[in-house]
Design a protein around this ligand. Structure first.
Ligand SMILES: [Fe+2]
Length: 486
Protein backbone atom coordinates (compact mmCIF):
# COMPACT_ATOMS: atom_id res chain seq x y z
CA UNK A 1 0.00 0.00 0.00
CA UNK A 2 1.55 3.26 -1.08
CA UNK A 3 -0.98 5.67 0.46
CA UNK A 4 -1.22 5.92 4.26
CA UNK A 5 -4.53 5.99 6.08
CA UNK A 6 -5.67 9.53 6.92
CA UNK A 7 -5.26 10.90 10.42
CA UNK A 8 -8.96 11.54 10.93
CA UNK A 9 -11.20 10.28 13.77
CA UNK A 10 -12.49 7.25 11.83
CA UNK A 11 -8.94 6.00 11.41
CA UNK A 12 -7.47 6.76 14.83
CA UNK A 13 -7.10 5.34 18.35
CA UNK A 14 -8.00 1.70 19.03
CA UNK A 15 -10.27 1.87 15.96
CA UNK A 16 -7.55 2.47 13.41
CA UNK A 17 -7.58 -0.11 10.58
CA UNK A 18 -6.34 -3.54 11.63
CA UNK A 19 -6.47 -5.47 8.31
CA UNK A 20 -5.19 -8.65 9.89
CA UNK A 21 -6.66 -12.07 9.11
CA UNK A 22 -5.83 -15.19 11.05
CA UNK A 23 -6.63 -17.50 13.87
CA UNK A 24 -5.66 -18.12 17.45
CA UNK A 25 -6.09 -21.58 18.88
CA UNK A 26 -7.13 -21.96 22.52
CA UNK A 27 -7.14 -18.41 23.84
CA UNK A 28 -5.84 -17.67 27.32
CA UNK A 29 -8.67 -17.67 29.87
CA UNK A 30 -8.87 -16.01 33.28
CA UNK A 31 -11.67 -17.55 35.33
CA UNK A 32 -13.76 -20.35 33.86
CA UNK A 33 -15.59 -20.47 30.55
CA UNK A 34 -18.92 -22.20 31.34
CA UNK A 35 -18.92 -25.70 29.91
CA UNK A 36 -22.61 -25.37 28.99
CA UNK A 37 -21.55 -23.02 26.20
CA UNK A 38 -21.19 -24.88 22.91
CA UNK A 39 -21.38 -22.64 19.88
CA UNK A 40 -20.03 -19.58 18.13
CA UNK A 41 -20.08 -15.94 18.95
CA UNK A 42 -19.93 -14.37 15.48
CA UNK A 43 -19.53 -10.65 15.04
CA UNK A 44 -18.82 -8.43 12.03
CA UNK A 45 -17.60 -4.88 11.67
CA UNK A 46 -15.88 -2.47 9.31
CA UNK A 47 -12.13 -2.61 8.72
CA UNK A 48 -11.10 -0.69 5.61
CA UNK A 49 -8.74 -2.66 3.44
CA UNK A 50 -7.44 0.52 1.75
CA UNK A 51 -7.42 4.23 2.59
CA UNK A 52 -10.61 5.93 1.38
CA UNK A 53 -10.59 7.18 -2.19
CA UNK A 54 -12.22 10.44 -1.11
CA UNK A 55 -9.67 11.27 1.60
CA UNK A 56 -11.91 10.43 4.55
CA UNK A 57 -14.86 8.16 5.27
CA UNK A 58 -17.42 7.53 7.98
CA UNK A 59 -17.00 4.51 10.28
CA UNK A 60 -19.60 2.45 8.37
CA UNK A 61 -17.73 2.49 5.07
CA UNK A 62 -15.06 -0.12 5.85
CA UNK A 63 -14.88 -3.65 4.46
CA UNK A 64 -16.70 -6.21 6.57
CA UNK A 65 -14.46 -8.43 8.67
CA UNK A 66 -15.85 -11.33 10.68
CA UNK A 67 -14.64 -12.56 14.05
CA UNK A 68 -15.65 -15.97 15.29
CA UNK A 69 -15.18 -17.18 18.84
CA UNK A 70 -15.81 -20.94 18.86
CA UNK A 71 -16.59 -21.91 22.44
CA UNK A 72 -16.67 -25.57 23.49
CA UNK A 73 -15.72 -27.55 26.60
CA UNK A 74 -14.49 -24.42 28.36
CA UNK A 75 -12.09 -23.50 25.55
CA UNK A 76 -12.23 -20.67 23.02
CA UNK A 77 -10.71 -20.70 19.51
CA UNK A 78 -10.70 -17.57 17.41
CA UNK A 79 -10.77 -16.67 13.71
CA UNK A 80 -10.77 -13.30 11.97
CA UNK A 81 -11.44 -13.00 8.22
CA UNK A 82 -12.66 -10.49 5.70
CA UNK A 83 -15.87 -11.00 3.80
CA UNK A 84 -14.64 -11.46 0.21
CA UNK A 85 -17.21 -9.17 -1.38
CA UNK A 86 -17.01 -8.20 -5.04
CA UNK A 87 -15.85 -4.81 -3.82
CA UNK A 88 -13.11 -6.29 -1.60
CA UNK A 89 -11.82 -8.42 -4.47
CA UNK A 90 -11.87 -5.54 -6.97
CA UNK A 91 -9.93 -3.25 -4.63
CA UNK A 92 -7.46 -5.98 -3.73
CA UNK A 93 -6.77 -6.58 -7.42
CA UNK A 94 -6.21 -2.84 -7.96
CA UNK A 95 -4.30 -2.43 -4.67
CA UNK A 96 -6.31 0.71 -3.90
CA UNK A 97 -9.79 2.02 -3.14
CA UNK A 98 -12.10 2.18 -6.12
CA UNK A 99 -15.36 3.06 -4.39
CA UNK A 100 -16.04 6.65 -3.37
CA UNK A 101 -18.27 8.14 -0.70
CA UNK A 102 -20.46 6.04 1.56
CA UNK A 103 -23.37 4.64 -0.48
CA UNK A 104 -22.75 7.04 -3.33
CA UNK A 105 -22.04 5.12 -6.55
CA UNK A 106 -21.72 8.41 -8.48
CA UNK A 107 -18.36 8.95 -6.79
CA UNK A 108 -16.89 5.56 -7.76
CA UNK A 109 -14.04 4.84 -10.13
CA UNK A 110 -15.39 4.12 -13.63
CA UNK A 111 -13.79 0.65 -13.57
CA UNK A 112 -16.26 -0.58 -10.92
CA UNK A 113 -19.48 0.86 -12.31
CA UNK A 114 -21.17 -2.55 -12.42
CA UNK A 115 -19.53 -4.08 -9.35
CA UNK A 116 -21.75 -4.56 -6.25
CA UNK A 117 -20.55 -2.00 -3.72
CA UNK A 118 -21.85 -3.44 -0.44
CA UNK A 119 -19.24 -4.23 2.22
CA UNK A 120 -21.28 -6.70 4.35
CA UNK A 121 -20.09 -5.14 7.58
CA UNK A 122 -23.21 -4.81 9.73
CA UNK A 123 -24.53 -8.13 10.98
CA UNK A 124 -23.91 -11.85 10.68
CA UNK A 125 -26.96 -14.08 10.92
CA UNK A 126 -27.44 -17.86 10.60
CA UNK A 127 -30.43 -19.13 8.65
CA UNK A 128 -31.37 -22.25 6.67
CA UNK A 129 -27.89 -23.74 7.03
CA UNK A 130 -26.17 -20.58 5.81
CA UNK A 131 -24.20 -17.90 7.63
CA UNK A 132 -25.12 -14.52 6.15
CA UNK A 133 -22.87 -11.44 6.37
CA UNK A 134 -25.22 -8.52 5.84
CA UNK A 135 -25.41 -4.81 5.15
CA UNK A 136 -28.61 -2.98 4.28
CA UNK A 137 -27.28 -1.48 1.04
CA UNK A 138 -26.94 -4.78 -0.81
CA UNK A 139 -27.45 -8.51 -0.70
CA UNK A 140 -25.78 -10.72 1.91
CA UNK A 141 -22.75 -12.93 1.35
CA UNK A 142 -22.74 -16.49 2.65
CA UNK A 143 -19.77 -17.70 4.65
CA UNK A 144 -18.54 -21.08 5.82
CA UNK A 145 -19.07 -21.00 9.61
CA UNK A 146 -16.15 -23.34 10.22
CA UNK A 147 -13.50 -21.56 8.11
CA UNK A 148 -15.04 -18.10 7.53
CA UNK A 149 -14.39 -18.51 3.82
CA UNK A 150 -16.74 -16.40 1.73
CA UNK A 151 -18.95 -18.51 -0.53
CA UNK A 152 -21.16 -16.23 -2.65
CA UNK A 153 -23.41 -13.23 -2.82
CA UNK A 154 -26.78 -14.61 -1.83
CA UNK A 155 -30.05 -13.85 -3.67
CA UNK A 156 -32.00 -16.82 -2.31
CA UNK A 157 -31.64 -18.77 -5.54
CA UNK A 158 -32.75 -15.83 -7.65
CA UNK A 159 -35.83 -15.18 -5.53
CA UNK A 160 -34.72 -11.87 -4.02
CA UNK A 161 -36.18 -9.17 -6.24
CA UNK A 162 -35.14 -6.21 -4.11
CA UNK A 163 -31.75 -4.60 -4.68
CA UNK A 164 -30.86 -4.84 -0.98
CA UNK A 165 -31.90 -6.54 2.23
CA UNK A 166 -31.81 -5.43 5.86
CA UNK A 167 -28.95 -6.40 8.18
CA UNK A 168 -31.52 -6.84 10.96
CA UNK A 169 -33.88 -9.64 9.92
CA UNK A 170 -35.61 -11.49 12.74
CA UNK A 171 -35.96 -15.24 13.10
CA UNK A 172 -39.28 -16.42 14.48
CA UNK A 173 -38.35 -18.87 17.25
CA UNK A 174 -41.50 -20.95 16.76
CA UNK A 175 -41.28 -21.49 13.00
CA UNK A 176 -37.66 -20.77 12.11
CA UNK A 177 -38.92 -18.25 9.52
CA UNK A 178 -36.56 -15.41 8.67
CA UNK A 179 -38.58 -12.21 8.46
CA UNK A 180 -37.13 -9.02 7.01
CA UNK A 181 -37.42 -6.26 4.49
CA UNK A 182 -35.60 -4.10 2.01
CA UNK A 183 -35.87 -0.33 1.86
CA UNK A 184 -34.84 1.67 -1.21
CA UNK A 185 -35.85 -1.69 -2.59
CA UNK A 186 -35.88 -0.61 -6.25
CA UNK A 187 -32.56 1.21 -5.98
CA UNK A 188 -30.94 4.13 -4.16
CA UNK A 189 -33.35 6.74 -2.76
CA UNK A 190 -36.55 5.00 -3.89
CA UNK A 191 -39.49 4.94 -1.48
CA UNK A 192 -40.11 1.27 -2.18
CA UNK A 193 -40.19 -1.20 0.68
CA UNK A 194 -40.30 -4.96 0.20
CA UNK A 195 -41.28 -7.22 3.08
CA UNK A 196 -40.07 -10.83 2.87
CA UNK A 197 -40.51 -14.04 4.78
CA UNK A 198 -38.32 -17.08 4.16
CA UNK A 199 -39.16 -20.41 5.75
CA UNK A 200 -36.61 -22.46 7.69
CA UNK A 201 -35.42 -24.04 4.44
CA UNK A 202 -34.78 -20.57 3.01
CA UNK A 203 -37.72 -20.62 0.59
CA UNK A 204 -39.60 -17.35 -0.03
CA UNK A 205 -43.08 -17.70 1.44
CA UNK A 206 -44.22 -14.07 1.44
CA UNK A 207 -43.27 -10.99 -0.54
CA UNK A 208 -45.15 -7.69 -0.22
CA UNK A 209 -44.19 -4.41 -1.90
CA UNK A 210 -45.37 -0.99 -0.78
CA UNK A 211 -44.18 2.61 -0.67
CA UNK A 212 -43.06 4.43 2.44
CA UNK A 213 -44.08 8.04 3.12
CA UNK A 214 -40.63 9.26 2.11
CA UNK A 215 -37.24 7.89 1.11
CA UNK A 216 -35.33 7.45 4.36
CA UNK A 217 -33.31 5.02 6.43
CA UNK A 218 -35.04 1.95 7.86
CA UNK A 219 -32.33 0.21 9.84
CA UNK A 220 -34.10 -2.34 12.01
CA UNK A 221 -37.44 -4.03 12.49
CA UNK A 222 -39.50 -5.74 15.13
CA UNK A 223 -41.63 -8.81 14.61
CA UNK A 224 -44.49 -10.17 16.66
CA UNK A 225 -46.42 -13.39 16.10
CA UNK A 226 -48.76 -11.46 13.78
CA UNK A 227 -47.02 -8.24 12.70
CA UNK A 228 -43.82 -6.66 11.47
CA UNK A 229 -42.95 -3.09 12.52
CA UNK A 230 -40.51 -0.89 10.59
CA UNK A 231 -39.22 2.28 12.29
CA UNK A 232 -38.45 4.88 9.58
CA UNK A 233 -35.67 7.19 10.78
CA UNK A 234 -35.72 10.89 9.75
CA UNK A 235 -32.40 10.39 7.92
CA UNK A 236 -33.50 11.25 4.41
CA UNK A 237 -32.12 10.22 1.04
CA UNK A 238 -32.18 12.18 -2.21
CA UNK A 239 -30.97 11.05 -5.62
CA UNK A 240 -30.05 14.56 -6.80
CA UNK A 241 -27.84 14.99 -3.76
CA UNK A 242 -26.10 11.70 -4.54
CA UNK A 243 -25.60 12.67 -8.18
CA UNK A 244 -24.01 15.91 -6.99
CA UNK A 245 -21.53 13.86 -4.94
CA UNK A 246 -23.24 14.51 -1.60
CA UNK A 247 -23.88 12.39 1.46
CA UNK A 248 -26.32 9.49 1.36
CA UNK A 249 -28.33 10.42 4.46
CA UNK A 250 -29.30 13.86 5.68
CA UNK A 251 -31.01 14.45 9.00
CA UNK A 252 -34.27 16.40 8.79
CA UNK A 253 -35.53 17.71 12.14
CA UNK A 254 -38.89 18.60 10.57
CA UNK A 255 -39.73 14.97 9.77
CA UNK A 256 -41.60 12.66 12.16
CA UNK A 257 -40.55 9.25 13.26
CA UNK A 258 -42.78 6.92 11.24
CA UNK A 259 -43.58 3.35 12.22
CA UNK A 260 -44.93 1.12 9.45
CA UNK A 261 -46.98 -1.78 10.83
CA UNK A 262 -47.96 -4.64 8.54
CA UNK A 263 -49.64 -7.96 9.36
CA UNK A 264 -47.12 -10.71 8.59
CA UNK A 265 -49.76 -12.45 6.49
CA UNK A 266 -51.08 -9.16 5.08
CA UNK A 267 -50.80 -7.27 1.82
CA UNK A 268 -49.79 -3.75 0.84
CA UNK A 269 -53.30 -2.44 1.53
CA UNK A 270 -52.95 -3.50 5.18
CA UNK A 271 -49.93 -1.30 5.97
CA UNK A 272 -50.55 1.33 8.66
CA UNK A 273 -48.22 4.27 9.28
CA UNK A 274 -48.01 5.60 12.84
CA UNK A 275 -46.27 8.89 13.59
CA UNK A 276 -44.36 10.27 16.56
CA UNK A 277 -42.42 13.54 16.95
CA UNK A 278 -39.01 13.90 15.35
CA UNK A 279 -36.38 11.82 17.14
CA UNK A 280 -34.00 8.97 16.33
CA UNK A 281 -35.49 5.47 16.77
CA UNK A 282 -32.58 3.13 17.48
CA UNK A 283 -32.16 -0.64 17.54
CA UNK A 284 -35.21 -2.73 18.28
CA UNK A 285 -35.07 -4.59 21.59
CA UNK A 286 -38.17 -6.69 20.95
CA UNK A 287 -41.78 -6.51 19.84
CA UNK A 288 -44.90 -8.50 20.66
CA UNK A 289 -48.64 -8.35 20.23
CA UNK A 290 -51.46 -8.74 22.73
CA UNK A 291 -54.96 -8.84 21.26
CA UNK A 292 -54.89 -6.09 18.61
CA UNK A 293 -52.17 -4.06 20.24
CA UNK A 294 -48.63 -4.19 18.86
CA UNK A 295 -45.84 -3.29 21.27
CA UNK A 296 -42.35 -2.23 20.17
CA UNK A 297 -39.48 -1.62 22.60
CA UNK A 298 -36.44 0.38 21.54
CA UNK A 299 -34.16 3.24 22.57
CA UNK A 300 -35.28 6.56 21.12
CA UNK A 301 -32.74 9.40 21.13
CA UNK A 302 -33.94 13.03 21.09
CA UNK A 303 -31.75 14.03 18.13
CA UNK A 304 -29.55 12.73 15.33
CA UNK A 305 -26.98 10.21 16.61
CA UNK A 306 -25.06 9.98 13.32
CA UNK A 307 -22.64 12.92 13.32
CA UNK A 308 -21.43 11.81 9.88
CA UNK A 309 -24.94 12.19 8.43
CA UNK A 310 -25.63 15.81 9.51
CA UNK A 311 -28.54 18.06 8.54
CA UNK A 312 -28.74 20.29 5.46
CA UNK A 313 -26.65 22.92 7.24
CA UNK A 314 -23.99 20.35 8.07
CA UNK A 315 -24.92 20.48 11.75
CA UNK A 316 -25.18 17.67 14.27
CA UNK A 317 -25.64 17.71 18.03
CA UNK A 318 -22.71 17.17 20.41
CA UNK A 319 -22.85 13.82 22.26
CA UNK A 320 -23.66 15.66 25.51
CA UNK A 321 -26.93 16.92 23.98
CA UNK A 322 -28.22 13.43 23.18
CA UNK A 323 -30.77 11.98 25.60
CA UNK A 324 -32.03 8.40 25.36
CA UNK A 325 -35.34 6.97 26.46
CA UNK A 326 -36.06 3.26 26.30
CA UNK A 327 -39.60 3.44 24.96
CA UNK A 328 -42.39 0.89 24.68
CA UNK A 329 -44.66 2.04 21.84
CA UNK A 330 -48.18 0.68 21.62
CA UNK A 331 -49.77 0.65 18.16
CA UNK A 332 -53.47 -0.05 18.50
CA UNK A 333 -54.58 -1.74 15.31
CA UNK A 334 -58.22 -1.23 16.30
CA UNK A 335 -57.83 2.53 16.63
CA UNK A 336 -58.14 4.91 13.68
CA UNK A 337 -55.54 7.22 15.24
CA UNK A 338 -52.07 7.23 13.73
CA UNK A 339 -50.53 8.32 17.04
CA UNK A 340 -49.13 5.52 19.18
CA UNK A 341 -49.28 5.59 22.96
CA UNK A 342 -46.10 4.88 24.87
CA UNK A 343 -44.43 4.21 28.15
CA UNK A 344 -40.85 5.10 29.09
CA UNK A 345 -39.17 2.06 30.59
CA UNK A 346 -35.79 3.66 31.35
CA UNK A 347 -33.69 6.74 30.63
CA UNK A 348 -30.38 4.86 30.56
CA UNK A 349 -28.28 5.60 27.47
CA UNK A 350 -28.43 1.96 26.38
CA UNK A 351 -28.07 0.65 22.83
CA UNK A 352 -27.06 -2.43 20.83
CA UNK A 353 -29.69 -4.56 22.59
CA UNK A 354 -30.00 -8.31 22.55
CA UNK A 355 -32.59 -10.51 24.20
CA UNK A 356 -33.00 -14.21 24.74
CA UNK A 357 -33.65 -15.04 21.07
CA UNK A 358 -36.14 -17.74 22.02
CA UNK A 359 -38.50 -14.86 22.97
CA UNK A 360 -38.27 -12.82 19.76
CA UNK A 361 -41.76 -11.57 18.94
CA UNK A 362 -43.21 -12.73 22.27
CA UNK A 363 -43.86 -11.07 25.63
CA UNK A 364 -40.50 -11.13 27.42
CA UNK A 365 -38.69 -9.73 30.38
CA UNK A 366 -34.90 -9.73 29.94
CA UNK A 367 -32.85 -7.38 27.79
CA UNK A 368 -29.09 -7.00 27.50
CA UNK A 369 -27.50 -3.76 26.37
CA UNK A 370 -24.36 -1.71 26.47
CA UNK A 371 -24.62 1.68 28.09
CA UNK A 372 -22.68 4.93 27.91
CA UNK A 373 -22.42 5.78 31.60
CA UNK A 374 -20.74 9.16 31.78
CA UNK A 375 -21.01 9.15 35.58
CA UNK A 376 -18.16 6.63 35.46
CA UNK A 377 -14.53 7.78 35.20
CA UNK A 378 -12.56 7.75 31.95
CA UNK A 379 -8.77 7.96 32.03
CA UNK A 380 -8.06 9.77 28.78
CA UNK A 381 -4.36 10.12 29.57
CA UNK A 382 -3.99 6.31 29.51
CA UNK A 383 -6.85 5.26 27.23
CA UNK A 384 -6.66 7.97 24.56
CA UNK A 385 -9.36 10.30 23.30
CA UNK A 386 -12.89 9.13 22.55
CA UNK A 387 -13.52 9.70 18.85
CA UNK A 388 -16.46 7.55 17.82
CA UNK A 389 -19.07 5.29 19.33
CA UNK A 390 -18.35 4.86 23.03
CA UNK A 391 -19.91 2.52 25.57
CA UNK A 392 -18.39 1.45 28.88
CA UNK A 393 -20.96 -0.69 30.71
CA UNK A 394 -22.85 -3.97 30.22
CA UNK A 395 -26.38 -3.92 31.58
CA UNK A 396 -29.16 -6.40 32.16
CA UNK A 397 -32.53 -4.66 32.10
CA UNK A 398 -35.74 -6.10 33.50
CA UNK A 399 -38.19 -4.79 30.92
CA UNK A 400 -41.14 -5.24 33.25
CA UNK A 401 -39.72 -2.80 35.84
CA UNK A 402 -36.85 -0.96 34.14
CA UNK A 403 -34.55 -2.15 36.93
CA UNK A 404 -30.99 -2.84 35.92
CA UNK A 405 -27.87 -4.64 36.96
CA UNK A 406 -24.65 -3.37 35.43
CA UNK A 407 -20.96 -4.05 35.14
CA UNK A 408 -18.62 -1.14 34.38
CA UNK A 409 -15.71 -2.26 32.19
CA UNK A 410 -13.16 0.11 33.74
CA UNK A 411 -11.77 3.59 33.20
CA UNK A 412 -9.47 2.60 30.32
CA UNK A 413 -11.96 0.29 28.58
CA UNK A 414 -14.81 0.49 26.12
CA UNK A 415 -17.38 -2.17 25.33
CA UNK A 416 -18.79 -3.59 22.11
CA UNK A 417 -22.22 -5.09 21.48
CA UNK A 418 -23.05 -7.89 23.95
CA UNK A 419 -25.00 -11.02 23.04
CA UNK A 420 -26.92 -13.50 25.14
CA UNK A 421 -26.40 -17.28 25.18
CA UNK A 422 -28.91 -19.46 27.07
CA UNK A 423 -27.54 -22.10 29.41
CA UNK A 424 -29.48 -24.78 27.59
CA UNK A 425 -32.29 -24.96 25.04
CA UNK A 426 -34.77 -25.52 27.87
CA UNK A 427 -33.50 -23.07 30.50
CA UNK A 428 -35.74 -20.23 31.68
CA UNK A 429 -35.79 -16.92 29.81
CA UNK A 430 -32.64 -14.94 30.49
CA UNK A 431 -30.88 -17.79 32.29
CA UNK A 432 -27.48 -17.98 30.68
CA UNK A 433 -24.56 -15.76 29.77
CA UNK A 434 -24.00 -12.29 28.44
CA UNK A 435 -20.79 -11.89 26.46
CA UNK A 436 -19.05 -9.18 24.51
CA UNK A 437 -15.72 -7.83 23.35
CA UNK A 438 -14.18 -5.26 25.66
CA UNK A 439 -11.44 -3.03 24.33
CA UNK A 440 -8.57 -2.48 26.75
CA UNK A 441 -7.60 0.84 25.26
CA UNK A 442 -4.51 1.46 27.39
CA UNK A 443 -3.09 -1.94 26.39
CA UNK A 444 -4.17 -1.69 22.73
CA UNK A 445 -5.83 -5.12 22.84
CA UNK A 446 -9.19 -6.70 23.63
CA UNK A 447 -10.87 -9.32 25.80
CA UNK A 448 -13.96 -11.44 25.32
CA UNK A 449 -15.83 -11.05 28.60
CA UNK A 450 -18.45 -13.59 29.76
CA UNK A 451 -20.89 -12.68 32.53
CA UNK A 452 -23.68 -14.55 34.27
CA UNK A 453 -26.68 -12.89 32.64
CA UNK A 454 -28.67 -12.76 35.88
CA UNK A 455 -25.72 -11.49 37.91
CA UNK A 456 -24.04 -9.06 35.57
CA UNK A 457 -23.16 -6.78 38.50
CA UNK A 458 -20.93 -9.50 40.00
CA UNK A 459 -18.47 -9.16 37.10
CA UNK A 460 -17.15 -11.66 34.57
CA UNK A 461 -17.09 -15.40 35.17
CA UNK A 462 -14.44 -15.56 32.44
CA UNK A 463 -12.15 -13.12 30.68
CA UNK A 464 -10.84 -14.55 27.41
CA UNK A 465 -7.71 -12.67 26.45
CA UNK A 466 -6.85 -11.59 22.94
CA UNK A 467 -3.28 -10.45 22.33
CA UNK A 468 -4.57 -8.08 19.63
CA UNK A 469 -7.15 -5.31 19.43
CA UNK A 470 -10.59 -5.64 17.90
CA UNK A 471 -11.79 -2.47 16.21
CA UNK A 472 -15.31 -1.44 17.12
CA UNK A 473 -17.48 -4.10 15.45
CA UNK A 474 -21.13 -3.57 14.74
CA UNK A 475 -23.40 -6.56 15.34
CA UNK A 476 -23.21 -10.24 16.01
CA UNK A 477 -25.04 -13.24 17.36
CA UNK A 478 -24.62 -16.26 19.55
CA UNK A 479 -25.08 -19.34 17.37
CA UNK A 480 -25.47 -22.72 19.11
CA UNK A 481 -23.28 -25.49 17.64
CA UNK A 482 -26.41 -27.40 16.65
CA UNK A 483 -27.19 -24.72 14.04
CA UNK A 484 -24.41 -26.07 11.81
CA UNK A 485 -23.97 -29.50 13.45
CA UNK A 486 -20.58 -28.26 14.66
FE1 LIG B 1 -27.72 -2.05 13.46
Amino acid sequence: MTTPFPKTPTFMTIDEPFRFEGELFDLEVEGKVPTELDGWFFQVGPDPQYPPMMGDANPFNGDGIVRAFRIKDGHVDFQHRYVRTHRFNAERAARRSLFGHYRNPYTDDASVRNVPRTVSNTNIVPHAGKLLAMKEDGLPYTMDPFTLETEQMWDWNGNMKATSFTAHPKIDPATGDLVGYAYAAKGDCTKDIAYYTFDKQGKVTREVWFEGPHAAMIHDCGITEKYIVLPIIPSMTDLDRLKAGGIHFQWDASVDQVYAVLPRDGDAKDVRFFRAPNAFPGHVINSFDVDDKVYLDLPVVNDNVFWFFPDAQGKYPPPSALKTEIVRWCFDMNSKSDTPTYKIISTLAGEFPHIDDRYIGRPYRHAFLQVTDMSQPYNEAKAGPIMGFFFNTYTHMDMSTGQTKSWFAGDTSSTQEPVFAPKSPTSAEGEGYMMGVVNRRAENRSDLVILDAQRVDEGPVAVVKLPVRMKYGIHGNWVPASEFNG
